[in-house]
Design a protein around this ligand. Structure first.
Ligand code: SF4
Length: 521
C-alpha cells in the first residue's frame, strides 16, 4: 500500500500549473521552430516568430504565455493500492475532501501565486449570472482507478479560444473521417490560434469520443518520428492523413494563410456500436500547456526545467517598412490608406473592452442612457483584451487579443453610433461585420494570439476609465509604443482571413507541390 499525502498532490498540481503557464513543452518548441524554418508565407512566418519570441520571454521572465491562462483539466489515474493521508489545508467542498477538492486546492494556489498570478477566467452559473469564481476553480477532473500504487496526473490549462472550436459528429460507419475534418476545419476559423494540434477521438459513445479527443492532446508532438517509422495501425494512418490534409488547406498561423496549420494530429479510439461512428475534434492552440507527473509516495513531484538552448534563435522585430500610426491623430483618411496584410506599429492611446463591456454599452444605449464620464469612442481604436494582473514593475501583465467574433453583434453600434474607427483583436470577423467595417470606412486589425507577453511590452501606461467592477473586462485606456498589429480587414472590406488561406491552399492557382511542400509562383 502506497501512502500519498494530500499536500503532495496539492503542491504538485500548483507547481505544474505554474510551470506550464510560462514553459511551452519542448516538443512544441521543436515543432514550431521547424515550422518557422520552412514557412514561406511572410505573414504566417512573422506570426510564428512572435510566438517563438514570446515563448522565450515567458520562459525567462516566468510570466504567462497568454493572457488566457486557461481552464484546468486533469486526468488522474489513482492506483488501487494507494491510501490517502490527510495533511494540508483543503477547502471543504460538499460533504468532505474529494480528489477534485485536492486538485482545486492546487489550482487555487497556482492561480493566486504572488510572483506569477494567473488570470481567473472561470465563471459559475454559466447560463445565468456568469460570476467569476475568483481563483479559477473548479477544475474539470477525470478520475480512473487503475492497478498499482501510484497516482499519475496529466494536467492542462486549456485556452477558451481553442476550446470554443471543439466539434463533434456522428458519422455513418462508411463515412470518411478525413473528409469530415477537411470540411469542418475551415469553418473553425482562426480563433483557436494555430499553429497547434488537433485531438481526434473516435468511437465509444458521444461523451467518450469527446474525452478521447481531449486526452489525446496530452501526448507529446511526434509527427515527424511517426512519419519516419511509418504507421502501424489505422489510427496512426489517420493521424498522417489528417495532418497532410489539414495543412494542405493553407489556413496557416493565425489563419493568415501559410504552410503550417497543425504541428501534429493525435488520434485515440475505442470500440463502438456497429451502427455508430462518433468522432470528436478538439484543437490545441499556440499556448499549448500540459504537464505529466507521477506521485509514488516519496513527496511532491519534480518537473524538469527545460533547457532554453532548445528554443530556436528567433528574435522577432518589426520589419523596417512597418507603418507607424499615431493613434492620437487618427482619422478615416489615414485608416483608408491601410492595406490588408500590412504591419502597423500603434503609438498613442488605445481603449480596451471585450464581452462584458460591450454588453453594458449596448444596454446603456438601449435604455437611452449616456456612456460613463470620460468614455468617448469617437475616432478611437478599441483593443479586445483582458490582461493578466501586473506584478513588480509591469504596467499590465500579458495582454494578448481575445477572439473578435464574439464582439461582432456589437460592431455596427460601435462603429456607427459610438464613432469607433478601428478594432484590434484576433481571428476572422463575420460577413455582416466586414460589411459594417466597409460601410463605416473603418478597419479591423489583429495582434498575434499566443504572443501576449510580447504585446504587453508595448503597453507603457494603463488606467481604468469605466466599469472597474468588471475586473479584467473593465474599460482601460492604454498608452502604447510600437504595438505590432496586422491589417486584417481594410476600409474596403477585404479580409486577409479570406485571401490568405485561398492563396496558400495546396492546389490553389500558382501553386505546385514538391515532396508535399507547395511552391508559390
Ligand atoms: S493562444 Fe489563443 S486560444 Fe490559446 S489561450 Fe491564448 S488566446 Fe486562447
Amino acid at each position: 500500500m502506497t501512502v500519498i499525502r494530500h499536500e503532495d498532490l496539492i503542491q504538485s498540481v500548483a507547481d505544474a500549473l505554474q510551470h506550464i503557464s510560462y514553459y511551452h513543452p519542448v516538443d512544441y518548441i521543436d515543432a514550431l521552430g521547424e515550422a518557422y524554418a520552412v514557412e514561406e508565407s511572410p505573414a504566417a512566418k512573422d506570426a510564428i516568430a512572435q510566438i517563438l519570441t514570446n515563448s522565450r520571454m515567458c520562459a525567462e521572465g516566468h510570466r504567462p504565455l497568454c493572457q488566457d491562462t486557461g481552464i484546468v483539466v486533469a486526468f488522474v489515474r489513482v492506483g488501487m493500492d494507494v491510501r490517502w493521508e490527510p495533511q494540508g489545508k483543503v477547502r471543504r467542498e460538499g460533504a468532505g475532501t474529494s480528489l477534485a477538492a485536492l486538485v482545486n486546492e492546487g489550482v487555487r494556489r497556482a492561480y493566486r501565486a504572488a510572483d506569477n498570478p494567473l488570470r481567473a477566467s472561470i465563471v459559475a452559473d454559466p447560463a445565468g449570472l456568469r460570476r467569476n469564481t475568483g481563483d479559477n476553480t473548479p477544475a474539470v477532473v477525470h478520475c480512473e482507478l487503475v492497478p498499482g500504487g501510484e497516482v499519475e496526473v496529466r494536467i492542462a490549462a486549456k485556452g477558451g479560444g481553442s476550446e470554443n472550436k471543439s466539434r463533434f459528429t456522428m458519422l455513418n460507419p462508411s463515412d470518411s473521417i478525413v473528409d469530415w475534418v477537411v470540411q469542418t476545419l475551415p469553418g473553425m476559423g482562426a480563433g483557436w490560434c494555430p499553429p497547434g494540434m488537433l485531438g481526434i477521438g473516435i468511437g465509444g459513445t458521444a461523451e467518450k469520443a469527446m474525452l478521447l479527443a481531449k486526452e489525446s492532446l496530452m501526448a507529446p508532438i511526434d509527427m515527424h518520428a511517426l512519419k519516419q517509422r511509418g504507421p502501424q495501425s489505422r489510427a496512426e494512418e489517420l493521424r498522417i492523413e489528417i495532418y497532410e490534409a489539414a495543412n494542405a488547406l493553407g489556413i496557416g498561423a493565425q489563419g493568415l494563410g501559410g504552410l503550417t496549420t497543425v504541428l501534429d494530429v493525435k488520434v485515440l479510439d475505442y470500440p463502438t456500436h456497429a451502427a455508430s461512428l462518433p468522432v470528436a475534434m478538439i484543437p490545441n492552440c499556440a499556448a499549448t500547456r500540459h504537464a505529466h507527473f507521477v506521485l509514488d509516495g516519496s513527496g511532491v513531484a519534480r518537473l524538469e526545467v527545460p533547457d532554453l538552448a532548445r528554443w530556436p534563435s528567433v528574435r522577432w522585430a518589426p520589419a523596417p517598412e512597418a507603418r507607424r500610426v499615431d493613434l492620437d491623430a487618427l482619422d478615416r483618411e489615414e485608416v483608408a490608406r491601410w492595406r490588408p496584410g500590412e504591419t502597423l506599429l500603434l503609438n498613442g492611446r488605445l481603449l480596451t473592452g471585450r464581452d462584458a463591456a460591450h454588453k453594458r454599452i449596448a444596454d446603456l444605449v438601449a435604455r437611452g442612457q449616456p456612456l460613463p464620464t470620460g468614455v468617448d469612442f469617437r475616432n478611437r481604436v478599441i483593443y479586445y483584451v483582458g490582461p493578466v494582473d501586473a506584478v513588480r514593475d509591469e504596467v499590465v501583465g500579458p495582454a494578448g487579443p481575445t477572439t473578435s467574433s464574439r464582439m461582432d453583434k456589437f460592431t455596427d453600434l460601435m462603429l456607427g453610433q459610438m464613432g469607433l474607427i478601428a478594432m484590434v483583436g484576433k481571428a476572422e470577423r463575420g460577413p455582416a461585420t466586414v460589411q459594417a467595417i466597409r460601410k463605416h470606412g473603418a478597419a479591423y486589425l489583429i495582434a498575434v494570439g499566443g504572443a501576449a507577453y510580447l504585446v504587453a511590452k508595448a503597453i507603457r501606461e494603463a488606467r481604468v476609465i469605466a466599469f472597474a467592477d468588471l475586473g479584467m473586462e473593465a474599460i482601460y485606456e492604454l498608452s502604447v509604443k510600437d504595438m505590432p498589429v496586422t491589417v486584417a480587414v481594410d476600409a474596403q472590406g477585404e479580409s486577409v482571413h479570406d485571401s490568405g488561406p485561398r492563396r496558400w491552399r495546396r492546389g490553389a492557382p500558382g501553386q505546385g507541390s514538391i515532396g508535399g511542400i507547395p511552391i508559390v509562383a
